[in-house]
Ligand binder design. Structure first.
Ligand SMILES: CCCCCCCCCCCCCCCC(=O)SCCNC(=O)CCNC(=O)[C@H](O)C(C)(C)COP(=O)(O)OP(=O)(O)OC[C@H]1O[C@@H](n2cnc3c(N)ncnc32)[C@H](O)[C@@H]1OP(=O)(O)O
Length: 173
């Protein structure tokens, strides 16, 4: 039985967190690991909305921390599935930090997480196809293939020779 196709907007998820003292280091900045944990949860919720299944985190692409996030800031994490493959989905995350009293808001992180859908016995299972609609969703959908090849090569799951779309970025035929 084929699975019903889904739109990216169906997996759209927004999560807010308030940075409390227990989330910070001795400089009163949010600890990176805490943010990665919140991002993992937001991304997992998004992946589960797409798959309607239990998902496990398979990989996290490089995450850079552009600005320190301060105690008392409000974090907004937006997550959306960019593309579904066979049993895995890629989720794009955008993170903002906001100082509510001043109204200052800045982008702090962008990242891609990959989740794999599993059944009750932890066996991998197929996920619904994703249909991109907007120009931004189509860009993310197209780029997802190259990002997948890069992470699978780095994770030792794909031979570089098989990463044809990724190689095409560097070598013109
Ligand atoms: C219904 C609505 C509910 C809403 C309600 C929300 C509730 C919201 C609760 C939140 C809850 C938090 C949830 C946190 C989620 C954890 O924190 S999970 C804990 C951390 N993660 C783990 O423990 C996973 C451990 N790893 C594994 O189990 C296995 O390695 C995996 C990921 C299942 C892959 O298994 P495998 O045997 O290597 O499988 P293999 O057949 O080679 O590949 C399967 C797929 O994985 C992909 N894959 C494998 N390795 C990688 C890699 N390194 N990178 C990328 N992809 C990979 C493959 O490409 C393949 O994808 P497809 O080509 O099929 O699309």
């Amino acid at each position: 039985m084929s699975l019903k196709k889904k739109f990216a907007k169906e997996s759209f998820t927004i999560m807010n967190e308030l940075v409390l003292p227990n989330d910070t280091n001795t400089l009163n900045n949010l600890m990176g690991g805490r943010l990665l944990h919140w991002m993992d949860i937001a991304a997992a919720i998004s992946a589960q909305k797409h798959c309607n299944r239990i998902v496990v985190t398979a990989s996290v692409d490089n995450v850079s921390f552009k600005h320190p996030i301060k105690l008392g800031d409000v974090i907004t994490i937006e997550a959306k599935v960019t593309r579904a493959f066979n049993t895995s989905v890629e989720v794009r995350l955008d993170v903002w930090a906001e100082n509510i009293p001043s109204g200052a808001r800045q982008k702090s992180n962008e990242a891609y997480y990959t989740f794999v859908a599993v059944d009750q016995s932890a066996r991998t299972i197929p996920v619904p196809e994703l249909v991109p609609e907007t120009p931004e969703e189509i860009d993310l959908f197209d780029g997802a293939l190259r990002r997948r090849q890069l992470r699978l090569v780095l994770g030792g799951k794909m031979h570089p020779d098989e990463a044809t779309e990724l190689k095409a970025l560097f070598f013109k035929s």
